[in-house]
Design a binder for this molecule. Structure first.
Ligand code: GRF
Length: 218
């Protein structure tokens, strides 16, 4: 995996389909100077979604590319790649992008493609993870940032944070609490990438943030 050097501002490409609150969290961290990145291009596969409005408001380049206008999945994905290549992205972030990406796209961006998922993977992959966890009755769930591989939510895990499930929760209140954590860990993971602090070893990602200090000698 190539690493941007320390202090360098990386260029992000972001894929969205919906409300774009994770996109908003990334925008705000960049604007606050806490994220060494700039957003080169946002692509939405859904016309008129909230995420597109957020880009316009913050003068971020945004394109809507819908898969219906392409003859094949590969042609659609090539169009995404072509757009991102125009701005020389260092990292692609899926932020509520609701279309499955084929191995063609995933392999093109191996080690440079992140996703946020609203559960503690490998528990509850796939759609509606918050409701899956709520219905199952777990006491702790959470959020995961991971590199994307060809499986569904199976890629190497970068950061996770736990969220307790309260007796008084509904699936909706739980989802909101998870979303709040997503907004914290996604920018954090991107910053680690920007600092070149993510090292992939097999399916493990070393982040250099969880190391305990050397044990004192007596
Ligand atoms: C988030 O819960 C994210 O984990 C999931 O889709 C949702 C997107 O929300 N992949 P938003 O569009 O960022 O508001």
């Amino acid at each position: 995996m190539s690493r941007p050097s320390e202090g360098h501002h990386i260029t992000l490409g972001i894929l969205v389909s919906g409300s774009g609150t994770n996109l908003q969290a990334i925008i705000e961290e960049i604007e606050a100077g806490r994220l060494s990145a700039h957003i080169g291009m946002v692509i939405s596969n859904v016309e008129g979604c909230r995420a597109v409005d957020r880009c316009r408001k913050h003068q971020i380049p945004v394109r809507v590319i819908t898969h219906q206008s392409f003859s094949s999945r590969k042609a659609f994905e090539q169009a995404l790649i072509d757009q991102f290549e125009e701005v020389s992205t260092d990292l692609i972030c899926l932020a509520g992008f609701m279309r499955l990406l084929s191995p063609y796209f995933v392999q093109h961006y191996a080690g440079k493609l992140l996703n946020i998922h609203p559960s503690l993977l490998p528990a509850f992959p796939g759609l509606d993870a918050q409701r899956q966890a709520f219905t199952y009755g777990v006491k702790i769930t959470g959020a995961t940032v991971h590199f994307v591989d060809v499986g569904t939510d199976t890629g190497p895990i970068v950061l996770q944070e736990a969220v307790p499930v309260h007796d008084t929760d509904s699936a909706e209140s739980l989802a909101l609490r998870i979303l709040h954590i997503e907004h914290q860990i996604y920018p954090k993971a991107i910053q680690l990438f920007a600092e070149g602090r993510l090292t992939l070893r097999g399916r493990k990602v070393e982040t250099c943030i969880n190391r305990s200090p050397a044990s004192p000698t007596r």
